[in-house]
Design a binder for this molecule. Sequence first.
Ligand SMILES: [Fe+2]
Length: 187
Amino acid sequence: MKLAKWAYDLAEAMLAESLPDRWAHSQRVYSQALTLVPALGVDAELLAAAAIAHDVGYARDAVDTGQHMIDGARYLRDVVGADPRLCSIVAFHTSSPWEAAELGLSDALGEFGPAEPELVDAITFCDLTSSPTGQVVDPARRLVEVLDRYGPEHVVFRAVSAARPELLNRVERVQQRRAEAAQESVS
Ligand SMILES: [Fe+2]
């Protein structure tokens, strides 16, 4: 897992000391990605790399627009020259398109398109099953926690409220694929 190791070291350097909760969360997102190895096959390592790096846009060196998915993807593309598919997964993770629309940043997000739906589903599952401090958590409860944390005036609240049905559909699709892959491995 050379790509995943590279991404792991990069994310650790950017987050571990300055944003320890984000780092704990990112490590859980990474371990959730590893549970999808049988379901994703050849793309499993790409997902693991994106999982550990998905929140680097919160790191001081990466903050630019304030939309952390876009900032992270730009940092990965422009500063460290990451694989374009990895940048795309980071750019589109979870509620990114809804947040970008709220902020007038849809064109900036479009630089990283087209999104790969299967991998966006997978990163969203990993993100929403990982709490802000790194515990495994129920996705519906996690979304409630996000809405509570930001409050109704915040752009994230509006974006996540609009995105919630689709985000939960993504989680369900991944759970189904994971169950099918587990079934295939025993039959
Ligand atoms: Fe996250």
